[in-house]
Design a protein around this ligand. Structure first.
Ligand SMILES: C[S@@+](CC[C@H](N)C(=O)[O-])C[C@H]1O[C@@H](n2cnc3c(N)ncnc32)[C@H](O)[C@@H]1O
Length: 347
């Protein structure tokens, strides 16, 4: 964790309430700005190529040395870089999570969050007061240049983090040959399934804008001949029938329970007998740690503010599946994606 109070500080901030705990949130906001500045200045990629003194870095990046010294000192204090013998290096955390974007694209995440902080969060008090939103989140995402692609890039790196585990847990039979990924966006989950199951073909249904990212990924994975892209609104489109599996990943949090019941009815009707539906999403309720709980609650607030979305409990999701006629429901918490779980059920 970037800002880590030590034992004495935790006692002062949390146990005794003798120091101002909210200062840590202000510092967290400053930390995010510092990291964002570092990303925009290419500090992490530059240090990955060559650990540098502030003087060397100032020359390479064409920056003022004094400003860089301040930025590097701040980044060192929050664990993003380390100083050894006068040279700055990326920390192991930065190397893993900032430079290997295929696992979790923090650059895309920062770009999106930065846009949300500037454009959407300022409306939060009026949304909480009135329940009305002066924007349509989906139109906003589609009409802001670069935002849809950045969103899909962030989601696809998240998919790469958990994709292999999810494919194993969904455990499609060898005979499975047809998969439908509803709201599949970037397509990376479908790609993981097709790579693991050579006989599988698939269709990804999503908006035209989202599927532009999917097309790039299909080209890179050489899977155009096995995966179709279906640009459609899932509520108006025909889903077809006789699917072996249907993925509903990070989709249910857009809708209320009643609407999700309709979503699952559509999935049930489109699956063949014995076919599997898989839901991957944040799940509300008791979490295994307080940081995970905070992530789920904060993300849940964001879903509400942006699109009147919500995060459901395990019981709500299980009831939803049962009431739609699904059986053999399995629940798998996914530790790599804090707060998210996978549910798999059969028609
Ligand atoms: C949060 S993203 C999840 C993407 C991917 N399934 C994943 O888990 O990484 C939700 C996706 O649902 C798509 N979506 C939302 N409403 C939709 C609708 N009515 N018809 C088709 N796609 C929709 C969005 O375009 C977006 O790509």
């Amino acid at each position: 964790m970037p800002i880590q109070p030590n034992f004495l500080e935790r006692t002062a901030f949390f146990t005794l309430n003798a120091a101002p705990g909210p200062m840590l949130d202000l510092a967290g906001a400053l930390a995010l700005q510092a990291v964002n500045t570092a990303v925009q200045l290419n500090i992490f990629t530059t240090l990955a190529e060559r650990p540098s003194t502030p003087t060397e870095l100032a020359q390479t990046l064409n920056c003022q040395e004094r400003g860089l010294e301040k930025l590097l000192a701040a980044l060192a204090a929050i664990g993003y870089v380390v100083e050894r013998d006068g040279r700055y290096h990326n920390s192991a955390m930065t190397n893993k999570w900032f430079l290997h974007g295929e696992m979790l694209d923090m650059k895309a995440a920062l770009l999106i969050f930065d846009t949300f902080f500037r454009e959407l969060w300022p409306h939060a008090p009026e949304v909480v007061r009135s329940g009305e939103r002066p924007y349509n989140f989906y139109d906003f995402t589609a009409s802001t240049p670069g935002l849809s692609h950045a969103h899909q890039t962030m989601m696809q790196s998240n998919a790469n983090l958990v994709g292999t585990t999810i494919v194993k847990k969904v455990a499609l039979p060898e005979t499975a040959s047809r998969l439908l990924d509803v709201g599949g966006g970037h397509g990376q989950f479908t790609i993981h399934f097709c790579q693991a199951h050579p006989r599988l073909t698939a269709t990804i249904m999503d908006s035209e804008a989202a599927l532009e990212t999917a097309q790039q990924n299909l080209d890179a994975a050489h899977l155009n001949d096995r995966i179709d892209l279906y640009a459609a609104d899932l509520w108006h489109a025909a889903w077809g029938t006789e699917w072996d599996a249907i993925l509903l990943f990070n989709l249910l949090h857009h809708y209320d329970l009643e609407t999700n019941h309709k979503l699952l009815q559509k999935a049930h009707a489109a699956l063949k007998p014995g076919g599997k539906v898989a839901i991957f999403d944040q799940v509300a309720g008791k979490q295994f740690g307080s940081a995970t709980n905070a992530i789920v609650q904060l993300v849940g607030l964001m879903y509400y503010l942006f699109a009147d979305g919500r995060i459901f409990t395990r019981n709500e999701l299980t009831d939803l599946l049962t009431n739609t006629g699904f059986k053999n429901i399995q629940f798998h918490p996914m530790r790599q994606a804090p707060g998210s779980s996978l549910l798999v059920a059969e028609k």
